[in-house]
Design a protein around this ligand. Structure first.
Ligand SMILES: Cc1cc2nc3c(=O)[nH]c(=O)nc-3n(C[C@H](O)[C@H](O)[C@H](O)COP(=O)(O)OP(=O)(O)OC[C@H]3O[C@@H](n4cnc5c(N)ncnc54)[C@H](O)[C@@H]3O)c2cc1C
Length: 322
């Protein structure tokens, strides 16, 4: 392996590091023998076992950031670490809201560019990144032309999260000393969207609805199927833009990337921008009244039919099975 070291920004989630952080640690491990993670929060150090299990030898812990957003303190801590320890070959950051904030601020602090929307990583004597373009129909490769650290924003579900079985990472305190004026912004209120089933991006079964549902009220049938299958409900952008469902349900290029075992699409045409977010699903089932709908090109099972008939029949069958 030619790469000397890679750092991963490991976001704290609900009781563990986020699934995207674990995917990035797994990817980093395949590129370098020297992987470090950086996390934050009251429970930062408690993630040492999981960070080590996924391949990090060291866990830099920024510690509590109080009621601040992570962007300013995490970027400040990373910049300080680069100053103290020298630059790694790459700093991999999840392409989440906070991750993008960290990357932008770190870029300004280090005067280094950011490669964004990355879905693949290679070592060719330096980090080479892969980016989907034209709605995911083409892939372009890019690399940094000057010395590191390369700041890389990686899309969720680009890599499998695979534990390496390592022992706990060594925790090293990495406080954010010079946060700067923007670090004084604090969160005054937050809202957690109510959810009963699994998270959309982590669900083994995703049931999505599109404009073919005909009206907003019919999305309740999609949610019912999702609940009966213990899955999560997704959506095409068309019905998000129409205000039928919140943006957090959107699957696709400008929404979430999902890779469930089963993806069910009801009344979704299969635009490239939707398919780029779900085509990695193991099994795709599509219901559409148009036999020429593009979704059928990637579906493992296609039903040419009316969602208004298929959805109630499926609900009845699932209830009868329960
Ligand atoms: C920059 C950009 C980013 C985008 N990002 C995303 C994204 O992240 N996610 C996304 O989804 N889209 C995205 N889009 C939009 C995308 O191009 C499509 O417009 C959108 O995916 C279409 O949604 P849809 O399939 O629900 O609607 P439509 O394309 O209108 O398809 C509706 C389908 O329902 C079928 N249908 C109608 N009635 C019935 C019935 N009764 N029973 C069964 N089938 C029926 C029709 O045959 C049709 O195939 C993006 C577009 C752009 C330009």
């Amino acid at each position: 392996m030619a790469l000397t070291s890679i750092w991963v920004v490991a976001e704290p989630g609900e009781g563990s590091l986020t699934s995207t952080s674990l995917e990035l640690l797994s990817a980093a491990r395949s590129l370098s023998d020297d992987v470090s993670a950086l996390t934050w929060g009251e429970a930062g150090a408690s993630h040492a076992a999981q960070a080590g299990e996924f391949g990090a030898a060291t866990l830099f812990d920024v510690g509590s950031i109080g009621s601040a957003l992570p962007g300013a303190p995490v970027a400040a801590a990373l910049a300080a670490l680069v100053g103290e320890r020298g630059a790694p070959d790459a700093i991999l950051i999840p392409s989440s809201y906070d991750g993008r904030d960290v990357a932008a601020r770190l870029s300004a602090r280090l005067d280094r560019p950011v490669l964004t929307n990355v879905t693949g990583l290679r070592d060719e004597g330096g980090v080479v990144t892969e980016h989907p373009v034209f709605g995911g129909t083409q892939t372009v490769s890019a690399r940094f032309s000057s010395t590191g650290p390369g700041i890389v924003l990686v899309r969720a579900k680009s890599f499998a999260a695979e534990p390496a079985g390592g022992g706990p990472a060594a925790v090293v305190a990495a406080p954010a000393r010079d946060v700067g004026p923007s670090g004084s912004a604090v969160i005054v209120a937050s809202h957690v969207e109510a959810r009963t089933g699994p998270k959309l991006e982590d669900a083994a079964i995703v049931v999505s609805g599109g404009r073919g549902l005909g009206e907003a009220a019919r999305y309740a049938l999609v949610e019912e199927v999702a609940a009966l299958l213990h899955g999560a409900a997704g959506a095409s952008r068309a019905i998000v833009d129409a205000g039928w469902v919140p943006y957090s349900h959107q699957v696709g290029q400008t929404g979430k990337t999902v890779k469930p075992t089963v993806y069910l699409a009801f009344g979704i045409s299969g635009a490239t921008q939707h398919m780029v977010g779900m085509k990695g699903s193991k099994n795709i089932v599509a219901v559409n009244k148009d036999p020429e709908a593009p979704i059928f090109q990637i579906a493992d099972l296609g039903i040419v039919g009316d969602v208004q008939k298929v959805l109630p029949a499926l609900i009845e069958a699932l209830k009868a099975r329960a």
